[in-house]
Design a protein around this ligand. Structure first.
Ligand SMILES: *[C@@H]1O[C@H](CO)[C@@H](O)[C@H](O)[C@H]1NC(C)=O
Ligand SMILES: *[C@@H]1O[C@H](CO)[C@@H](O)[C@H](O)[C@H]1NC(C)=O
Ligand SMILES: *[C@@H]1O[C@H](CO)[C@@H](O)[C@H](O)[C@H]1NC(C)=O
Ligand SMILES: *[C@@H]1O[C@H](CO)[C@@H](O)[C@H](O)[C@H]1NC(C)=O
Length: 324
């Protein structure tokens, strides 16, 4: 019995890869125009709705942090399975991120070479690079060859995504689980240079900080007043505010300059400056945009390697929202 099992393991391990080997030319034979096709769809979609940019970036991050970069976040729930995207922490996953992947998949499937050849996980990785570029961020080569996951459950989201009140210890621990360093964490936090949050996420910082003071003392007082105007006490908690109050539509290092001035929207942003361990990096990147861009590209590439599936534990989905 033991011998049979051992033999099977050897045989099955031999012809197929057990660890994912990503590479930039994964589709050079099967779908040589994959990059162009995805980019065209992304550019068209971004022209229609700016929200495509932050939504796609967030979707990629959420996908990779929960069960790896395998498009498990795109699976729709069924009567027998509550999927990842329906965990309450999905509040910020605007539909435009899903839509850009679905549209790009449709465009790929219209090409006879590419039909059902490109994984949804790779489409999302490419689209994410393309939205960063569309917002003025750095371009980079995307490693490809991820397979789509075969599992998506809401409960797997629990405790795996950073929250708005996390401190540096908590953030470091969450990123470490995904093989990402503190530097990677600080670089990826700059995704908050784009997009919006809901008032409900900042009420505690501007009205109920603790029993003795109402406003978080690490908040810039001018900014705190602006936030109170935008989010009055009894406002609809779903009202959206920009994450970056200065350049909300540009991917840039102003995120770090804001932190130096106490203008991080979430506690989890501002702690990067208040904590002495991360402050030197914030200061360096506030000063030097090229070095921030390099760090961001490194971190995105490492993020794209998290929990990648192979043909052994994944496949190429025909519909990004449903298992084959
Ligand atoms: C998020 O989850 C809720 C249920 O918790 C669901 O109603 C909603 O459609 C989901 N949002 C997205 C964008 O998938
Ligand atoms: C409220 O926060 C301030 C500033 O962080 C702190 O000095 C004070 O001790 C806190 N008060 C309570 C009751 O936690
Ligand atoms: C707070 O923000 C204002 C302008 O928005 C700025 O002039 C000021 O320097 C900031 N304060 C601190 C402590 O950085
Ligand atoms: C982190 O890296 C180790 C060693 O390369 C690997 O075995 C592990 O699967 C990686 N973890 C994730 C979540 O990708």
């Amino acid at each position: 019995m033991v011998l049979v099992v051992a033999l099977c393991l050897t045989i099955s391990a031999f012809p197929e890869q057990t660890t994912a080997q990503l590479n930039r030319n994964f589709y050079s034979k099967t779908c040589p125009n994959v990059e162009q096709i995805v980019r065209n769809v992304v550019q068209m979609k971004v022209k229609q709705t700016f929200v495509t940019i932050p939504a796609t970036l967030r979707l990629f991050f959420h996908d990779c942090f929960v069960n790896g970069c395998d498009a498990s976040v795109m699976i729709q729930s069924t009567p027998t399975n509550k999927a990842e995207k329906d965990h309450p922490d999905n509040i910020s996953l605007a539909g435009d991120g899903f839509d850009v992947v679905i549209q790009a998949k449709k465009a790929l499937d219209a090409n006879p070479h590419c039909r059902n050849k490109v994984s949804c996980a790779d489409i999302l990785s490419l689209a994410t690079r393309d939205v960063v570029v569309a917002a003025g961020g750095p371009s980079y080569e995307v490693e490809l060859g991820r397979f789509d996951g075969l599992v998506s459950t809401a409960f797997s989201v629990e405790g795996n995504l950073p929250g708005p009140s996390d401190n540096v210890n908590k953030l470091n621990a969450l990123f470490k689980k995904n093989n990402l360093t503190q530097e990677d964490m600080i670089a990826l936090s700059a995704a908050h240079t784009l997009g919006f949050a809901h008032c409900s996420k900042v009420f505690n910082r501007i009205y109920n900080f603790n029993r003795t003071i109402s406003v978080d003392p690490t908040l810039n007082m001018t900014y705190a007043k602006e936030l109170q105007m935008a989010c009055p006490k009894n406002v609809d908690p779903r009202i959206a505010i920009n994450m970056d109050p200065v350049t909300p539509r540009t991917f840039d290092n102003v995120y770090y300059k804001n932190l130096q001035q106490g203008k991080g929207l979430f506690t989890s942003d501002q702690v990067l400056y208040t904590d002495v361990r991360s402050r030197p990096t914030v200061n360096a990147w506030a000063r030097d945009s090229p070095s921030f861009n390099r760090a961001f590209v490194t971190a995105m590439t490492k993020l794209g390697r998290v929990g990648v599936k192979t043909s052994r534990n994944g496949n190429i989905r025909r519909d990004c929202g449903a298992f084959n």
